[in-house]
Ligand binder design. Structure first.
Ligand code: IPE
Ligand code: IPE
Ligand code: MG
Length: 244
């Protein structure tokens, strides 16, 4: 009999060994739209739907932290209308979250340099953070105007501004000043969209993350694909520089 007959079930994820923190580079929206003869902005709208589904799925299976890369410090290079469309989708999502996050048991945090965002977005971010402070449940972090390099520079500046001495700077002191302060490092980083790079995502925090790449474009990314990524993660041997 073959090892995997047609009748055998696909392996299932071990819920006792889930990654506590999953991070996703939501890439491939533009190519997804182009393949359908649609404007790139339609790809971003489809990508936002995928984010809603995958965040719900992560919460349902018991992931503690989900971090997604929505807009990088380099994405301002894109045409103004595309940038505005992405900001509009973020606004729409935050408006929904303000209504539903308490009921759904999701806490939200925006990671990145929020200073250039519109006053309306800033106000919504403050509101979601206030709701998060009184909510229990999975934490979803949305990286907006986020760059790993920017984050490290921002943290170093904060340390110095607070009178920190160079010889007393430690890894912990820097980590405490990152946008991700208090959030454990991601166990698993997933990049859909077929590119094999991290594009300035979580430079500091990814030191020992397991990486998973797939050609699936983000709007096509389904729950089964997340299962596959988690299965791959569960087959890895994490040594953190030590020995088994
Ligand atoms: C990811 O999709 C979303 C953002 C970077 C804002 P892209 O817009 O990069 O899609 P592709 O890579 O061009 O297909
Ligand atoms: C990374 O995707 C940023 C986000 C998904 C938000 P990009 O499409 O901007 O990355 P590159 O340009 O292919 O490296
Ligand atoms: Mg891209």
């Amino acid at each position: 009999m073959p090892l995997f007959s047609k009748k055998s079930k696909p392996p299932t994820i071990n819920s006792a060994r889930l990654p506590k923190h999953i991070a996703i580079i939501m890439d491939g929206n533009g190519r997804w739209a182009k393949a359908r003869g649609l404007p790139r902005t339609a790809g971003h709208a489809a990508g936002a739907e995928t984010f809603r589904r995958i965040a719900t799925y992560c919460k349902d299976i018991g992931v503690d932290y989900l971090t997604v890369y929505a807009f990088s410090t380099e994405n301002w290079k894109r045409p103004e209308d595309e940038v505005q469309a992405i900001m509009g989708l973020l606004e729409k999502y935050l408006a929904e979250a303000i209504e539903k996050m308490e009921r759904d048991g999701v806490r939200l945090k925006i990671l990145g340099d929020t200073s250039p965002l519109s006053p309306k977005l800033l106000q919504m971010i403050r509101q979601t953070e206030a709701i998060s402070a009184r909510t229990q449940g999975m934490q979803a972090n949305i990286c907006v105007n986020y760059g790993g390099r920017d984050e490290i520079v921002h943290a170093a500046r904060a340390y110095m501004r607070q009178g920190g001495k160079p010889e007393e700077l430690t890894e912990a002191a820097l980590a405490e000043r990152l946008y991700s302060a208090g959030i454990p490092d991601p166990d698993l980083i997933i990049r859909p969209g077929g590119e094999y790079r991290t594009s300035n995502f979580l430079l500091w925090q990814s030191a020992y993350s397991e990486l998973y790449f797939t050609d699936t474009l983000w709007p096509d990314f389904k729950e089964r694909e997340l299962d596959r990524a988690i299965l791959a993660y569960q087959s890895r041997d994490r040594r953190f520089g030590g020995l088994k």
